[in-house]
Design a protein around this ligand. Structure first.
Ligand SMILES: [Fe+2]
Length: 417
């Protein structure tokens, strides 16, 4: 990993369609690839609500194409469901391609099926980070067409998946074979998003843009995309959450998500995405995007001495300002995030303590999370640190306490307490 750091590296190893109505490219894709047996993985709620129907209708209208629908997608997909249900169904059907229509969990389920492919193995056999992401597996993996119905995870343009093992821990397989071969980012699918989901997923995109921009692996290529993503977020996030059926705002959030996703594949995330992992598990079970928003002010505060100039540029991009170095104060960026969190009712306006946090055993529980331990191991070392500021275990403890304090500041500012 460290070997690559000195080089400008990029490459878009997939075909992407983005824009209103681009789902109509589906027949062209299937015809080009010669895929006739489609395993359609869909979120059960969206399937019931009829959101998937336009995709099914398109597939049914293509002569010679046979579709098998799989809807047992869990909110945090477990390896056991993928191993025992999705993979056997895919193999029995003889599918040639996976089409994932939904949010992050749907795409993660598809990625779990894809990575196992025809190996005869199980999901967790391929979750190891020891196997290089660009070294092909000895077995055939399945291609994916990703059709996101939220503008948040960026999973459609990433080679990572998040899958729970038998202990309920989130594991992150990462391999080029699970980067969707096609991403169809049609903002028309965002139109029906409920307010809390539109809010949380959009804040996830903001966090990806900001963390990739300030990550030390960022390069000229990723910085272009991260900054553009921040501009689009600034222009559209409130309007989009207010009404995701607004074509202009939906298109901008869709692109913001896509651009931040490009950066994610190279520059990766920061401490926010480390701390948010335990926040989606016991005792919190907080939606990922809500956790991202709650953690962000504390992370910005902590990182400032390492990347003040980038925060100035990020703030200018978000707010269409042109503040000079002497005019910029990082508090402006922190306040911008807090005000956004308030407007978007991030974390249901509850404080961290109301979600179940305390400075004692819950803090210890968070610190013992495998992703937090991994984050500490990698990023407390000067040479390997990917964050703007070296972050030790003690720093993480302090950061998490500051998250709690900021959540109270936010609640107070919202005049709720
Ligand atoms: Fe995220």
């Amino acid at each position: 990993m460290a070997m690559e750091m000195g080089y400008l590296q990029f490459g878009l190893q997939q075909r992407i369609y983005q824009g209103s109505g681009c789902i109509t490219m589906l027949p062209h894709i299937l015809a080009t690839e010669g895929w006739t047996k489609v395993f359609l993985i869909a979120d059960p709620g969206l399937y019931k609500a009829g959101v998937i129907k336009p995709v099914e209708d398109i597939l049914n209208s293509i002569e010679g194409v046979e579709t098998h629908v799989f809807t047992n997608v869990r909110p945090n997909p477990e390896a056991v469901t993928i191993d025992n249900e999705a993979i056997p169904a895919m193999l029995k059907f003889g599918g040639q391609v996976l089409i994932a229509v939904g949010g992050g969990s749907t795409m993660d389920t598809a990625k779990g099926v894809a990575i196992v492919g025809d190996s005869g193995g199980k999901c967790m056999d391929y979750a190891s980070w020891d196997w290089p992401h660009d070294k092909p597996y000895p077995h055939n993996t399945f291609p994916i067409i990703a059709v996101p119905t939220t503008a948040g995870t960026g999973s459609e343009v990433c080679r990572n998946a998040v899958i729970c093992n038998e202990q309920g821990e989130k594991v992150v397989p990462s391999h080029d074979s699970i980067l969707p071969k096609y991403a169809i980012m049609d903002p028309d699918f965002l139109a029906g998003l409920p307010f809390p989901i539109a809010a949380a997923t959009s804040v996830d995109t903001l966090t990806h843009a900001l963390e990739t921009y300030t990550n030390t692996r960022a390069n000229e290529f990723t910085e272009l995309f991260s900054l553009r993503s921040l501009e689009l977020v600034g222009e559209s996030i409130r309007g989009f959450v207010a009404n995701p059926a607004n074509d202009e705002y939906a298109d901008k959030m869709s692109r913001a998500c896509m651009y931040a996703g490009f950066s994610l594949g190279i520059a990766s995330i920061g401490q926010d995405h480390v701390i948010t992992h335990p926040m989606s598990e016991e005792p919190f079970h907080m939606p990922h995007g809500d956790a991202c928003g709650m953690v962000l002010p504390a992370v910005i505060e902590f990182n400032t001495m390492g990347c003040r100039e980038k925060y100035r540029k990020a703030y200018n991009a978000l707010t269409k300002s042109n503040l000079s170095e002497s005019e910029f104060n990082v508090q402006l960026l922190i306040d911008w995030v807090i005000n956004l969190n308030i407007d978007l009712h991030i974390a249901e306006d509850k404080t961290f303590e109301e979600w179940g946090y305390n400075d004692d055993d819950v803090l210890d529980l968070m610190m013992s999370h495998p992703i937090v331990e991994f984050g500490i191991r990698v990023n407390s070392d000067n040479r390997m640190c990917e964050y703007p500021r070296k972050t030790t275990a003690q720093d993480y403890r302090q950061l998490i306490k500051r998250v709690n304090e900021y959540s109270k500041i936010q609640a107070k500012k919202a005049k709720r307490i």
